[in-house]
Design a protein. Structure first.
Length: 141
């Protein structure tokens, strides 16, 4: 029964993300049309287009960055060395991603999968689902 509720939540998230993605794609299309028509503000519109593409995860970004490796502990006083470590929850992953966003990170990836403001994050079993990219195993990296 929990799996069905989780699946329904994921479907709702997907619908919301698709609507948001469609809205951003329409905005991008309008900006591209405007850029083609008006030469005076071309540079500013190009800058906005490039920024939108980066935010949508459509282009790779280059430059300095950080790598965060997360090793969850079994409890507040224990360490994960016992082999019985718990999985990290989706709330914890979302919190970390949002903290990076608030710190003005230009691009965020989880195991090389780009996380955009439209990406959903869900933990199920021992896997993490990022957007529509599918399941990733957190122990792969």
């Amino acid at each position: 029964l929990d799996i069905i509720a989780e699946l329904d939540d994921l479907k709702k998230q997907k619908e919301e993300l698709l609507k948001s993605n469609n809205s951003l794609s329409e905005e991008l299309k309008k900006l591209e049309e405007t850029a083609a028509k008006e030469g005076v503000v071309e540079a500013e519109i190009k800058k906005q287009l490039d920024n939108s593409r980066m935010n949508l995860g459509l282009v790779d970004v280059k430059g300095p960055g950080i790598v965060i490796t997360i090793t969850p502990k079994t409890d507040i006083f224990g360490s994960s060395n016992t082999g019985n470590s718990r999985s990290i929850s989706e709330d914890e992953i979302v919190h970390i991603v949002n903290t990076l966003r608030y710190a003005r990170a230009e691009a965020i990836s989880v195991n090389d999968l780009r996380v955009t403001p439209q990406s959903g994050i869900k933990v199920s079993g021992d896997g993490i689902w990022i957007g529509t990219a599918g399941r990733i195993n957190p122990k792969d990296k």
